[in-house]
Design a protein around this ligand. Structure first.
Ligand code: SAM
Length: 310
């Protein structure tokens, strides 16, 4: 529905949700509302709670809400608060939840939001513009070790130390204010072949850190398991290996019936299997989809289903 965003893996993710008539669903990352619009079209009398921490995303969603006033409820919040927010709506159980992670094309294309390393903007990167802490605070006020660790951990960038040192050197003269200033520092402090990749990795690292993305995802996955009805599904589209690893590990842990060390003769843990993994390998976009929408190129879709826990 949005002119800004082509939903990634759209038919695959809607089919994965196994929509049941009159079911209650969550779109944890409403964005431009593309996935929600399709769910509302395909689902018979379903109700959707659409979360987004970005007010701009939700204001676009008001058009869709007018079309489905009884079926779509938009909530401006981080999905890590989904259980509390749904409790306030008197919802304890849901039939499925979709996560289409990361930033929207809309956010990337708005240069002043600071997500893009190829457009001039403030060093911002907050998905929730009501949050005070931004990328500028990390780049200008954090120590060398802190910056290096963020770039290494969340960007998996091998030249993290060299880039962090260059940032510290640069900021002794004056604050680093813009995306292009930071991109330029990375450009001059990485291997000739790796420049574009290094910029993408450093910007990704800062974005993940500023928005607390990994912590929020972990919390929301845990809450989803608690809230799902039996046979309800968690469907997650991720865009980088850190997210995908977290999701894969989480699904595997939840599928396990026992977590005792292998040398224990008898199970003494109370761990119960809560999820059945539907996708042993992630579903990837077709070559055709990647050609139509370059944002899809790194997407991976994983699905798990809630078990009847006795
Ligand atoms: C890839 S876009 C979703 C696009 C959407 N599926 C569509 O079809 O238009 C991701 C959206 O999730 C939001 N988002 C990311 N992390 C979030 C979080 N922890 N809580 C709430 N919203 C989040 C972003 O603000 C962004 O609008």
């Amino acid at each position: 529905m949005s002119q800004f965003h082509t939903p990634v893996l759209l038919p695959e993710s809607i089919e994965a949700l196994n929509l049941k008539p009159q079911g209650i669903y969550v779109d944890a990352t409403f964005g431009g509302g593309g996935h929600t619009a399709e769910m509302l079209k395909k689902g018979n009398g379903i109700k959707i709670f659409g979360f987004d921490q970005d007010t701009q995303a939700l204001s676009e969603g008001s058009i869709l809400q007018k079309k489905y006033p009884e079926q779509l409820i938009l909530i401006h919040d981080n999905f890590k608060n989904l259980r509390t927010r749904l409790a306030l709506e008197r919802i304890r159980y849901i039939d499925g939840i979709l996560f289409d992670l990361g930033v929207s094309s809309h956010q990337i294309n708005e240069a002043e939001r600071g997500f893009s390393f190829s457009q001039e903007g403030r060093l911002d990167m907050r998905m929730n513009e009501e949050q005070e802490f931004s990328a500028s605070d990390v780049v200008n006020d954090f120590s060398y070790e802190e910056i290096r660790n963020i770039i290494f951990e969340y960007g998996e960038e091998r030249e993290a130390g060299r880039i962090a040192r260059a940032i510290l050197r640069e900021r002794t003269n004056s604050r680093i204010k813009t995306t292009l200033q930071l991109a330029d520092i990375i450009e001059h402090n990485t291997n000739a072949k790796q420049k574009v990749k290094a910029k993408a990795r450093v910007f990704q690292a800062l974005r993940i850190y500023v928005n607390g993305e990994m912590e929020s995802l972990k919390k929301a996955l845990e809450d989803s398991v608690k809230m799902l009805n039996p046979e309800g599904r968690i469907v997650v589209i991720s865009y980088h290996s850190l997210e995908d690893r977290l999701i894969k590990k989480f699904f595997k842990y939840e599928e396990k019936d026992c977590i005792c060390p292998v040398n224990f003769p008898k199970c003494i843990c109370d761990k119960k299997s809560t999820l059945k993994i539907i996708t042993k390998k992630p579903i990837l976009p077709s070559a055709d989809e990647i050609e139509r929408n370059s944002r899809a190129r790194s997407a991976k879709l994983r699905i798990a289903e809630k078990k009847e826990v006795v």
